[in-house]
Design a protein around this ligand. Structure first.
Ligand code: KMH
Ligand code: ZN
Length: 278
């Protein structure tokens, strides 16, 4: 029997602006509301970036903590903070978000072209982040954009720097990373360590733009988990803007049910992902 589908909602992101969609939440209150709607729709995890007063991406700890407070007032998702930040953010600030003591954080596994920019993740920085997460009992979500990232993660798992069972996210369709194809997804699934737990490593898929839902479906079919949300895709259908990440979560829920999968609550997600709070 496949496990319930853990749905992550990436509700803010760091690249998107209100020019692309008026539905992007920016303030702590808006982020809290967007999280509430996403959770009511079926999200168990909120992947979190935050914005400053001008709507620009920020890693300011105060702003981050305020958004977490507003989310916690309304709902109880697993909060996964981004250590990726925005392209070009300094490493020190990207590490400092761990001081917010989230249950999970993203761990990006390599320097790469990211659209027309460079997303910088040198190995010493990745290792420092992983060590800090381990120390603070924050579960990493290992962000995989390329096969080489799986190789590095596997090495870090074998060293004990990332604890098993590891949790992977396959980010597909970024210009500079692996394309969002079934062949690439199957390759990645076949290459992640099986782990010590009965279920082995867990994995989820985030595909960008028009690839989001085709890859959600492929993941659901194969027993995986999914991520949707404005960070990755702003359209519900071709030419129809989603009025928030919750509409994308609702669509993922419908797809999951079509394949006989149930939807994980945040309590189930905490157990499945072996979070400290689970
Ligand atoms: N904004 C991207 C450069 C993460 O959250 O860890 C990186 C990103 C990944 O969004
Ligand atoms: Zn992100």
């Amino acid at each position: 029997m496949a496990e319930p589908v853990i749905i992550t909602a990436a509700i803010v992101g760091a690249e998107l602006t209100r020019k692309e969609t008026p539905y992007l939440p920016l303030t702590a209150t808006e982020i809290g509301e967007a999280a509430r709607l996403a959770c009511e729709a079926g999200a168990a995890i909120i992947h979190l970036h935050v914005r400053d007063k001008k709507g620009k991406p920020t890693l300011d700890l105060k702003v981050l903590k305020q958004a977490i407070v507003e989310i916690r007032k309304r709902c109880d998702p697993v909060i996964q903070v981004s250590t990726g930040g925005a392209v070009g953010d300094p490493f020190s600030k990207r590490s400092a978000v761990l001081q917010a003591e989230p249950e999970m954080a993203s761990l990006n596994m390599g320097t790469m072209n990211f659209g027309n920019e460079i997303f910088s993740n040198p190995i010493p920085f990745i290792r420092d982040l992983a060590a800090e997460m381990k120390k603070r009992k924050i579960r990493p979500e290992i962000e995989i954009y390329d096969l080489s990232h799986v190789e590095l993660a596997t090495q870090m798992i074998s060293e004990g720097l990332i604890e098993q069972p590891a949790h992977f996210q396959f980010v597909l369709g970024i210009k500079g990373g692996l394309a969002a194809t079934v062949q690439n997804l199957e390759l990645l699934i076949s290459r992640i360590p099986k782990g010590d737990s009965p279920t082995g490593s867990s994995w989820t898929v985030a595909a960008v733009g028009r690839h989001e839902f085709p890859m959600v479906e492929e993941s659901i079919k194969r027993g995986g988990f999914v991520r949707v949300g404005l960070e990755d895709n702003i359209y519900l259908e071709k030419g129809v803007l989603a009025k928030g990440s919750h509409e994308l979560v609702q669509k993922a829920v419908v797809l999951a049910r079509q394949y006989g999968r149930t939807i994980a609550s945040s309590a189930q997600a905490r157990k499945i992902l072996c979070l400290a709070s689970g």
